[in-house]
Design a protein around this ligand. Sequence first.
Ligand SMILES: [Zn+2]
Length: 403
Amino acid sequence: MFSLKLELKLNNKEKTKMAQHAGFSRFVYNYGLALMRMIDHQEIKGSSSKKIDTIKKVFTNYTKKQPDFNWCNKLSSRVYQNSFGDLKTAYSRHFQGLGGLPVFKSKKDKLSFTVDSSNGKVLLETGKTIKVPTLGTFRLKEAIPFSCISQTFTICKSGDRWFISFCVDAQRLPPRIHPIIEPIGIDLGCKIFATLSDGNVIESPRPYKKAKTKLGMTQYHNRNKQLGNGKQGIKASNNAKKYYHKIRKQHHQIACQRKDFLQQTTTKLCKTYAHIKIESLNVKGMMANHKLAASIADLGMYEFKRQLTYKAEWYANRIDVINQWYPSSKKCSNCGHKKEKLSLSDRLYVCGECGFEINRDLNASINLEQAPESVIVEKIGWVTSELTSVDSVSAFGAGGSRK
Ligand SMILES: [Zn+2]
């Protein structure tokens, strides 16, 4: 079993609904716990599980029917069923010596609750919406990566964002999530966004380049414009206002394009390649190099890595991060000879030892692909050494976030 966690895209009404259910869940948990403590005080015999079942009956048949508790009936009954379940788990953990006695949940605790489908597992189709049993259909920030089945859903709030998580049976995973399971090295560059060791290249999108040129031109033509100056009593001219509005719009457009590009690229990479090897980014160091700084900031290499990292969980990828000092660009991918000097302008790598000629970025990506275990500084996602066959589904269950 492993779990998927996706961010929900909720409107205010939906957010309120979620918060109400989380409150309901906390209320029921505390109600059950209060009665359990009373029972324990009177030294009544019986297992805690049986006692909680009895309390649940009292809640269903009596408490919930009181006029004061009318509000409970407007909310999903699966929430309180699960809250009692949670209480049972808390007690059984305690008796197994895994934790202290359960404590009351406070309003300061993280908002969360669980619902399940009372008539078995439900099918979740790939796509940007999710149908949650008894609650309805909600939009997702990013799509469910593959069709799967699940029965229990936990919704929680983190910061201002709401997430839904559910368990997926590893045996039920589509057997071929990734068409390619051999490791792939990815070299990030300024001229070409990413070069893959299998020869594929990802260029930054053309409209993006065009928009950048356009922005540069507009900025140049209006280099003397000033949007007023309060201190000097200079009012902004109408043309200046128009110009700044235009610039803002163009900046926004570029930001959107970059976002789309990165999302699409990282999703595609994660869906295609099971095992990705990238260089650890010394963003600060690279930013110090002025030539590189602009393009790195532009292309969002940092953002690229961040997205790759969190998508690795969803798409069951393994990502190896290679030490930034590993000489991926200086080494010859053919004979292993290491060049002393390599300037940024050398687009072609020519080995002085074996005479091998290769595109510089491709050489670096092949070196990343072949990087030995000793230079891997971080392993992200599905860290399992048994990930050798696409058809052996069980290998996917061997790593990742177990439940
Ligand atoms: Zn060589």
